[in-house]
Design a protein around this ligand. Structure first.
Ligand SMILES: Nc1ncnc2c1ncn2[C@@H]1O[C@H](COP(=O)(O)OP(=O)(O)OP(=O)(O)O)[C@@H](O)[C@H]1O
Ligand SMILES: [Mg+2]
Length: 385
């Protein structure tokens, strides 16, 4: 399998997004400013797309400043510092704004309330820095994973939105839908009002999923069993990569001619691990509810889950909206559908035997009361034994 960190790895299924990027870059190259909010579920490929953006910008000779968030408890302005004041940040390094800012950051306390005037000055200096950065030529500012940004960076970004797109800059903020943060909501709302483009990075299509697998395995095609397992990834590229790594590590891949197939069941427990790891960031309450939902199948009516869980429907929605925001389930009317069957089966497999039986018994009762057909109720009763 191709090493996922290799620079030669392919970017599959993102033709439309690459076209968008080219268009945005040419608009900033000709003097405009544009802002993009790039959102998508965990592992959907935001970072990979940003890498493609960096390469495209380099080809056009456009400077890219990239800052990554490491977590909300990082030092004040950590994300902007990473993007704008790192060792190779060129242009304005010797300027008085950078000098004052660098000195100021060294003496900032953790809390804004401990030195409000200093924080206000830091806000001013960062704002001046990003506004002036476009004077010598167009540039790209990428802020990766703003859902993990330090609060000072988010505060500043919210303030900047009031003046619209940064001059001569393509500003890209990437984010997951969870964890939910009120201070991020303010940033997103502000930039939305300022005309930012919202780009939801969707999972790969089945054809692109197969193409990615073929590339990674150097295969002409994929056998039906492996294709079936890849179908349970819902087109999430990280899940595709992890499934193939697991198959390889468990030794279940067999090649015949150009066809690669997965043989045997020796890797199913490991696959469950892949599914569980994918949703671990959601926390116990959401995972418990999704685990209960897994008993009802690939899609379920929220009212039935509420009856099964013994909770009011509104309470279930309150918990499930985190699963929705994370892209683990999606809504179809009053039904929710698991996006990746791999995740659903791993949550189901994580239930202990007694728990699983009790949940099937409750499911039978709830579905019968809701008027489900007898064979559906009977199937749950069968598993309750
Ligand atoms: N379009 C693609 N073509 C090929 N590989 C891809 C594609 N998108 C993502 N990948 C691969 O899938 C994995 C996850 O991608 P990436 O890290 O970009 O996701 P992400 O959305 O940034 O994840 P996170 O939510 O953890 O930040 C990586 O190994 C990456 O190389
Ligand atoms: Mg990423």
């Amino acid at each position: 399998m191709t090493e996922p960190t290799s620079p030669t790895r392919p970017l599959v299924g993102r033709g439309a997004e690459l076209d968008d990027i080219d268009e945005l870059l040419s608009s900033v190259a000709t003097g405009g400013g544009a802002t993009v909010l790039l959102e998508g579920e965990a592992g959907v490929g935001r970072t990979r797309l940003v890498e493609a953006l960096q390469r495209a910008a380099e080809l056009l000779g456009i400077e890219v400043c990239l800052g990554r968030a490491v977590g909300p408890t990082a030092a004040p302005y950590a994300m902007l510092t990473d993007a704008l004041l790192g060792p190779a940040r060129g242009r304005d390094d010797a300027g008085p704004v950078v000098a004052e800012l660098t000195a100021l950051l060294e003496v900032l306390p953790r809390e804004r309330s401990d030195a409000p005037a200093r924080f206000a000055r830091a806000d001013e200096l960062f704002a001046a820095l990003v506004r002036r950065r476009g004077e010598p030529g167009p540039w790209v500012l990428v802020l990766e994973d703003v859902h993990l940004a330090d609060p000072c960076t988010l505060h500043l970004l919210a303030g900047l939105a009031g003046e619209g797109a940064l001059p001569r800059a393509l500003t890209v903020m990437t984010m997951r839908g969870v964890p939910h943060r009120a201070d991020l909501d303010v940033v997103v709302a502000g930039w939305t009002r300022a005309g930012a483009r919202y780009l939801e990075l969707r999972p790969l299509s089945p054809a692109a999923t197969a193409e990615l697998a073929q590339h990674l395995l150097h295969a002409g095609s994929i056998g039906p069993a492996l294709r079936g397992v890849l179908g349970t990834t819902g087109g999430n590229p990280r899940l595709v990569v992890d499934v193939l790594r697991t198959a390889e590590a468990c030794g279940v891949l067999e090649r015949s001619g150009g066809v690669v197939e997965a043989v045997g069941t020796g890797w199913l427990d490991e696959l469950d691990e892949v599914g569980r790891a994918h949703v671990q960031h959601l926390g116990p309450q959401v995972l418990t509810m999704l685990g209960q939902a897994s008993v009802l199948g690939g899609s379920f009516v929220v009212g039935d889950l509420a009856a099964l869980a013994g909770e009011p429907v509104t309470e279930c929605w309150r918990t499930l909206r985190h699963g929705l925001a994370a892209g683990v389930v999606h809504a179809r009317g009053d039904r929710l559908v698991f996006r990746h069957d791999l995740v659903r089966t791993s949550l189901y497999a994580a239930l202990d035997e007694g728990q699983r039986r009790a949940l099937h018994a409750r499911a039978a009762w709830a579905l019968r009361a809701a008027g489900a057909p007898p064979h559906v109720v009977a199937a749950h009763l069968e598993r309750a034994r």
